[in-house]
Design a protein around this ligand. Structure first.
Ligand SMILES: Cc1cc2nc3c(=O)[nH]c(=O)nc-3n(C[C@H](O)[C@H](O)[C@H](O)COP(=O)(O)OP(=O)(O)OC[C@H]3O[C@@H](n4cnc5c(N)ncnc54)[C@H](O)[C@@H]3O)c2cc1C
Ligand SMILES: *[C@@H]1O[C@H](CO)[C@@H](O)[C@H](O)[C@H]1NC(C)=O
Ligand SMILES: *[C@@H]1O[C@H](CO)[C@@H](O)[C@H](O)[C@H]1NC(C)=O
Ligand SMILES: *[C@@H]1O[C@H](CO)[C@@H](O)[C@H](O)[C@H]1NC(C)=O
Ligand SMILES: *[C@@H]1O[C@H](CO)[C@@H](O)[C@H](O)[C@H]1NC(C)=O
Ligand SMILES: *[C@@H]1O[C@H](CO)[C@@H](O)[C@H](O)[C@H]1NC(C)=O
Ligand SMILES: *[C@@H]1O[C@H](CO)[C@@H](O)[C@H](O)[C@H]1NC(C)=O
Ligand SMILES: *[C@@H]1O[C@H](CO)[C@@H](O)[C@H](O)[C@H]1NC(C)=O
Length: 601
């Protein structure tokens, strides 16, 4: 052994810490009378990262308050193939939110899924791992005037969070589905490129080769996580060894016993402690309860309070506490503490539509009973991977394409950003999908990655236990619909490849005419009746430059006009990045942890 003695002692201590892990309390009355340095309101994706990183300093005592149970109680949260089961609406671990009737989607009303358990939505989401485009971060840095938020500066935090972990099914090599040079292998969250065997996998590779000879719309893309996600490639997911990896399993489960987690308890309000001389209000106290009528308790952090309730609940907590648009709060009888018109506004979520295409490819149905016993026995089989197909595409439209012909500005953050995502779900024989007789349906989503319309989160009542009013304002501006029209045309171009001639046929949803033609009006009508939220909402507590007269947090995540209070979660992102939001939220939370730690050195 050549290790110096101190290093050896340190290693032993680390082992001990791993063995200890965060201490869980099931109800407020169990909580010890400890003075906590930091209190984190919401033990979701970001909250778990921040609590765990702060907890690396053994001198800090941290309290996390989470509305839901521990992820460890929810079996389905472990099994990748059950992600659509654990995230179904109306489960024990869902907030049961519904969006208001969508004016531009024929009055559509539907669920707005949010997990209520430790790890938040990282414990129930569909696990796709997409860092989005470098432009997304560079725009964010330019907009806030803080270079630290740029792709190049945040890149080390993606790596810090990531633990490359493939393959999940030993017999299925994941080589050729990703570029190892873009990935971290000393981090926390397991990431891999799992797939199941289906003919679409090889056909797509062939088609891309064929189409690339005559067009640059569908280039082959080995790995979408290098900052320029444009092209056709492969899915990656937060899965390792056949298990879902979440901020609860990857971070929270490995903290020391200086991190306490109070479960099944809602933060109802945050409260001022003292007034500071400088016009700012010091807010480090949380009020919490387990039911609307139940008693409330309070705790004050000696250092900082960090709100991490996610895109719906972080603004709700602020609004309930009197931080928000003064007039709106007054109308509900809530006393104004800080008049900030930005709280809950600028809500941005990507609209998505489900597309069906007639195909004679085999369905990828499987025996779920067998799959479950295989997973329980060996953590392999269909349930060791995600519930969707492995092909994944990202298309950028040229500036001359139809959505921008009339001079409409390009909504993307820059030339490395796709306009749409092509997300291939499955091949199914569910009847009534308009499919041509004798054929199955290839189901896929087109996602408009850079919506221009903005919605809002407002309060319905002054009770913290009542659901807020959630309005994503889907398709609220015409270009958001125009992008879908071009998206459907793009899919038609993709499947017009000779490679697909004998296997993938005409569109079934929206339905093409018998001769295969599909009018613009039919597509637009379909979009305006079928768009739904992609549940990647952001921006309801948007970050803005220091000293701006709008926005909720500054580039150090501090809430305007306060001391002692930050928000760290997806709600602070000013624009939704051009992909799925969990990888960006991990990097953001890792960075925020650095910022907070560095201010208490
Ligand atoms: C069904 C679904 C599928 C998704 N699929 C993907 C995917 O495949 N890939 C991807 O990249 N992204 C996906 N996402 C998005 C991604 O999971 C989120 O962007 C991410 O989890 C946001 O993290 P967050 O920390 O902002 O919020 P959350 O993870 O939502 O965490 C918020 C936490 O705060 C708790 N909380 C809220 N209010 C209170 C309160 N008052 N008191 C106490 N606790 C409170 C909540 O219970 C929750 O645990 C999906 C989201 C959903 C809903
Ligand atoms: C959502 O609905 C389910 C089923 O009724 C219930 O068990 C759960 O507690 C509800 N969630 C909330 C936050 O009320
Ligand atoms: C952000 O970047 C600047 C310039 O590199 C640096 O001086 C500053 O300390 C960084 N901010 C934080 C909070 O680390
Ligand atoms: C998953 O990540 C953890 C680190 O958080 C690591 O210890 C473990 O080995 C990884 N699992 C696999 C299968 O690689
Ligand atoms: C919404 O965001 C824009 C910047 O994208 C900002 O100019 C505007 O003030 C914000 N609106 C509110 C109400 O905060
Ligand atoms: C295929 O996808 C659809 C839409 O998401 C879903 O309803 C269906 O259950 C899926 N089928 C299988 C076998 O996973
Ligand atoms: C699934 O497999 C089980 C066990 O082999 C069998 O009993 C069952 O009939 C199968 N189900 C279907 C729908 O084929
Ligand atoms: C499937 O659809 C194609 C195109 O519409 C059609 O030519 C073919 O006959 C159908 N297959 C069967 C088995 O009916």
């Amino acid at each position: 052994m050549t290790f110096p003695a101190r290093r050896g002692a340190y290693s032993l201590l680390s082992l001990l810490q791993v063995a200890l892990c965060a201490v869980h309390f099931q109800s407020p009355s169990d909580l010890p009378s400890v003075d906590y340095d930091f209190i984190v309101a919401g033990g979701g994706l970001a909250g778990s990262v921040v609590a765990s990183r702060l907890g690396e300093n053994q001198d800090f005592k941290i309290l996390v308050i989470e509305a839901g149970p521990s992820n460890e109680e929810i079996f389905e949260s472990q099994v990748p193939g059950l992600s659509l089961t654990v995230s179904a609406p109306g489960t024990r671990v869902d907030w049961n939110y519904t969006i208001v009737p969508q004016t531009h989607v024929n009055g559509f009303v539907g669920p707005y899924l949010r997990a209520m358990m430790l790890g938040g939505c990282s414990s129930h989401n569909e696990m796709m791992y997409t860092r989005c485009s470098r432009d997304d971060y560079d725009r964010w840095a330019a907009m806030t005037g803080d270079i630290n938020l740029s792709w190049d500066k945040l890149y080390p935090y993606f790596i810090k969070a990531e633990m490359w972990s493939g393959p999940n099914i030993p017999s299925l090599s994941e080589a050729g589905h990703f570029d190892p040079s873009f990935h971290g292998s000393n981090g926390k969250v397991n990431v891999s490129a799992p797939y199941h065997v289906h003919p679409l996998n090889d056909l797509m590779v062939e088609a891309v080769k064929e189409l690339s000879q005559s067009s640059d719309e569908f280039p082959a893309l080995l790995d979408h996580n290098g900052g320029r996600p444009i092209g056709m490639g492969w899915d990656q997911d937060t899965i390792g060894g056949g298990f879902r990896s979440s901020s609860a399993t990857a971070y929270m489960a490995h903290t020391g016993d200086n991190v306490h987690v109070l479960l099944n308890t809602r933060v109802t309000r945050i409260l001022p402690s003292t007034n500071h001389p400088s016009n700012s209000i010091d807010i480090r106290t949380v009020e919490f309860a387990t039911s609307p009528k139940g008693p409330t308790s309070r705790r004050t952090a000696t250092k900082e309070l960090i709100v991490a309730g996610g895109v719906v609940n972080s603004p709700q907590i602020l609004l309930n506490s009197g931080i928000g648009p003064k007039d709106e709060l007054k109308a509900l009888g809530i006393k104004s503490l800080i008049d900030n018109p930005s709280v809950g506004k600028n809500f941005s979520d990507q609209p998505s539509i489900l597309i069906g295409i007639s195909t004679n490819l085999p369905t990828d149905d499987f025996n779920t009973t067998t799959a479950l016993s295989e997973w329980i026995d060996s953590h392999t089989g269909r349930y060791a991977g995600p519930p969707h197909l492995a092909s994944l595409g990202w298309v950028r439209f040229p500036g001359t394409s139809s959505p921008f012909k009339d001079g409409t500005p390009d909504p993307t953050a820059g030339p490395n950003s796709p306009h749409i995502e092509l997300f291939f779900r499955n091949v199914t024989s569910i009847p009534d999908l308009n499919t041509s007789p004798g054929n199955a349906t290839l189901l896929m989503n087109i996602v408009n990655l850079n919506p221009v319309a903005r919605g809002s989160i407002t309060l319905a009542t002054s009770s913290p236990f009542d659901a807020p009013v959630i309005d994503p304002n889907l398709l609220g501006v015409p270009v958001d619909t125009a992008i879908f029209l071009e998206g459907v045309r793009s899919i038609q171009r993709l499947f017009s490849a000779q490679t697909f001639k004998s296997s993938v046929f005409e569109l079934a949803m929206p339905k093409a005419d018998a001769d295969g033609t599909l009018a613009d009006e039919v597509i637009v009508d379909y979009v305006e009746h079928n768009a739904g939220p992609n549940i990647h909402g952001v921006a309801t507590c948007s970050m803005a430059p220091h000293g701006a007269d709008w926005g909720v947090v500054d580039p150090e995540f501090k809430v305007r006009e306060t001391t002692g209070l930050r928000i760290v979660d997806g709600s602070v992102m000013p624009f939704v990045p051009s992909g799925h939001t969990q990888a960006p939220t991990y990097a953001l939370a890792e960075w925020a942890s650095e910022v907070i730690k560095s201010s208490w050195k």
